[in-house]
Design a protein around this ligand. Sequence first.
Ligand SMILES: [Cu+2]
Length: 333
Amino acid sequence: MKRRDFLKVGSATFAGSVFGSVGLLTWAPRSYAQTISKTFYITDGYQNLITGENVYFRGFSDSQNIVNVPGESMIVQQGDTVKITITNTLDSTHSFVIDGLVDSGPIAPNQTKTITFEATDVGSYLYYDKLNAPYNRLVGLHGGFAVMPNGLSNQMYPGSPTFVQQYFWIFNDIDPVWHSAIANGQTPTTAYEPRYFTLNGLGGRPPGAPGAHDPNIDALTDPRSALHGHIGDRTLVRILNPGLAAQSVHCHANHVEWLTENGQIRPDVWKKDCLYLDGDMGALDAIFPFEVPPDSYPPVTTGAYPMHLHTEMSQTAGGGYYMFGAMTDIYFE
Ligand SMILES: [Cu+2]
């Protein structure tokens, strides 16, 4: 087990510079297919969580010296050739899989493997390590991947409701006992007891808490997670759950338009306030419409509203730190 020097820095610096943050993805359609190349390093490290507990993670990272959990999200266009080079810096075997699109097969310790595939089907996908399931995925080897329809910038699939911007919400849940076992090359033998719940790798920080409003460590203000828009800035959210816990995703201010469930386009678009998200690889797509909040009087067009989960445990960290769980804010600008 490698414990690198970078693991010793304080939590704030560690989270900001090591578990790097990635800004909102921009997308411009093309009239032609391209080859999209991306390099990932499979790395590991320890993150100091809000309780002071030091927890082991692995990630598909942008360099050998950091741990990205989740890995950087990717958006490509249908018909593109995707070329991904993965270097496994660890002493265990890993893989890179997108169900329905590609499976790297085993990548041995210190091996570099390049996989090439065509982005055939539009939709939202998790890329993840399928080996030693579900453990490698749970300790952080996952990220978001999306295929946009050919030449379209504002629809998720041909004929879908339109949007002007898109985000990934990747939920995960963490049992530190399991992470420790995996760090030591063992298979967990205890019952699963998730104690941390994250959105794009971070928990929330309520006002007044250490790190509150720091976008590098607070899921409420992390630019990957917090929705920002003016009235009419309809926003597609690609919701993925590599964790094991099922969740109930609740957006305040507006109902969302529910487009897909576990990769399937729904026959009708329903407006919902809560969306049920399956544990163990559940997936949803929904549009937050950024309409004038219908329940406010006098009417308002600005303000911040929460997105949280209606499973109570998911709103805590360490068994008791309330509002340090998986949540973010929706900012009407
Ligand atoms: Cu709620």
